[in-house]
Design a protein around this ligand. Sequence first.
Ligand SMILES: Cc1cc2nc3c(=O)[nH]c(=O)nc-3n(C[C@H](O)[C@H](O)[C@H](O)COP(=O)(O)O)c2cc1C
Length: 325
Amino acid sequence: MYILGLSFGRKNGNTDILVKEALYGAREAASDAEIKFINTNRLKIGRCIGCGACSTSLEKGGDNDCVIKDDFQMLEDEVRKADCLVVGAPVYVLQPVGQYKDFVDRFSCRHDVSAINWVLDKRRRGEAPGDPDAFPQERLKRRTVSYISVGGATTQNWVSMGTATMHLFGFPPMMKVVGNYDAHNMGTTGNPYLDENLINNMHEMGKRTVEAYSMDDKDIKWFDAQGQGTCPVCHQNLLMVNGTTTVECPICGIEGKISIDGEKLNVTFSEEQQARARGTFAGLREHTVEIQGFGAICGPKIQANKEFLERQMDRVKNFDKYINE
Ligand SMILES: Cc1cc2nc3c(=O)[nH]c(=O)nc-3n(C[C@H](O)[C@H](O)[C@H](O)COP(=O)(O)O)c2cc1C
């Protein structure tokens, strides 16, 4: 077993401490495992530039590796190798630090289990070039993960999208999330080691992340040191509202119904909705089908409006000329 801890915080900072303590907990559950910790702070990880080279390559029978060469490949290889992960990121302006999001943009879409299998199935049917068995299947293997969001603020008010955004890393590769921890209040804690409960919780979450690896998903209990949350799938408390009693979990993309009982707000998500959460194969497949349908819908529209669009696009390409005319 290979267990990986990633910290997107400062070297020996709060996030490093918490991720490393979770790894000490992981060790208790896996005496023989190889455990590695990586601090990403000084790594060069450029942003996804949306070039599409990865998906084009996959469609043409190749791999879907990223063509931008920097420290990303090393980190990606480590994640691909890992069976269990503990990932920690400091909160910068309400969300995980930008480097984390750049990493997610470059890693997660390309490990979308449904999107990859869509193309491999086409290869199997002879509808796309390439050997279906040539794609490294271990990239799609089972993994468990836990997230640690680390903020300075005294209350959750200033880390409102911390843990929720962290979940975006693992859902396209269908990693099984065992827990997350919102470690805000670092500003007054001084040093995480001065909060015994916090350190104990890190140990426990790390341990459970490893134990969950060999369990059936249905038997894995959410690490609920900070409660069960509102959404029964991602256990986050964010909701999108549209003026009706139907709400949506922005992480999982599933609909729930709200009702009010005195001062209490109840939110229920049906089994059917939970089964189509973004991190399930069914949920990912909905999006694959949506994307695969884009060409058939927009292709004829573009063709029918070719001259108009050329004129309009000239205004974009030569903006400086038009704006100062
Ligand atoms: C640019 C910047 C923005 C930050 N924004 C927030 C914030 O919105 N909410 C918060 O609680 N803490 C915020 N912090 C504080 C960090 O989250 C906090 O110090 C954290 O413990 C740093 O983690 P590290 O020690 O692992 O580097 C910010 C820090 C920096 C440098």
